[in-house]
Design a protein around this ligand. Structure first.
Ligand code: PEP
Length: 250
């Protein structure tokens, strides 16, 4: 089954009106017709600016989170799927380890957010990954399977619409990347789990790698059989680096 890789940038809590304009200008100047799908998950206050800057380009707009609740009501600080759709948001990162760690998001909460994204026609990029302590205790497989199982349990009927991102927590923002072999081993576990739940559809689903992916290591990671793209934090803030990663995804 053929599938286009997806390269998604996660700006995290970075950006500024002037800096965004410069970064998007440089990206669009350097981007021909990419052979992969490209998205940028930006802070919500910049949706309006980014919607205008990305109009008609090959870069889709993404969010870094989404409310688990349907639109409307007394939920201070939340952003509904309908709000995201108003700005043309196509992807939403869900269950990033920073949300799990600093905002107490549980597997069940993440699963509910995935359902909310799907109900709004937004593709969730569902993050799973183990901490260093969990890896060292030999619990990597158990942890990522548990995290994905919660999502499958709630969203099994439309599983093929989701994107999964394997992001070992110890590799995020640390400069430590999983080796291509380490990453592929976990991706194969996740693929098998998806296969069990979604049958033949699993082969067409995208499993991204995230965790200090950069211009130097992207090609080798993306060459692995079950790595179908990348979720990129730090390197997505530098146009030449992000462009090189996009070029490596074919
Ligand atoms: C991320 O934020 O999802 C991420 C992978 O960050 P970094 O590329 O900076 O490790």
């Amino acid at each position: 089954m053929t599938k286009k890789p997806l390269i998604a940038g996660n700006w995290k809590m970075n950006g500024g009106l002037a800096a965004n304009q410069a970064l998007i200008g440089a990206l669009l100047q350097g981007l021909d017709t990419p052979s992969c799908d490209v998205a940028l998950c930006v802070p919500a206050p910049y949706f309006s600016q980014l919607k205008a800057l990305l109009e008609g380009s090959a870069i889709a707009l993404g969010a870094q989170d989404i409310s688990a609740r349907p639109h409307g009501g007394a939920f201070t600080g939340e952003h509904s799927g309908a709000m995201l759709r108003d700005f043309g948001v196509r992807y939403a990162i869900v269950g990033h380890s920073e949300r799990r760690q600093y905002h107490g998001e549980t597997d069940e909460h993440v699963a509910a957010k995935v359902a909310a994204a799907l109900a709004s026609g937004i593709t969730p990029i569902v993050c799973v990954g183990e901490t260093l302590a969990e890896r060292e205790a030999g619990r990597t497989e158990e942890v990522v399977k548990r995290q994905l199982a919660a999502v499958i349990h709630v969203n099994g009927h439309c599983l093929s619409e989701i994107v999964v991102a394997y992001e070992p927590v110890w590799a995020i923002g640390t400069g430590k990347t999983a080796s291509p072999e380490q990453a592929q081993a976990v991706h194969a576990v996740l693929r098998a789990q998806l296969q069990h739940a979604a049958g033949d559809h699993a082969a067409g689903m995208r499993i991204l790698y995230g965790g200090s992916m950069n211009a130097a290591n992207a090609a080798e990671l993306l060459a692995q059989a079950d790595i179908d793209g990348g979720l990129i934090g730090g390197a997505s803030l530098k146009a030449p680096d992000f462009l090189q990663i996009i070029a490596a995804a074919r």
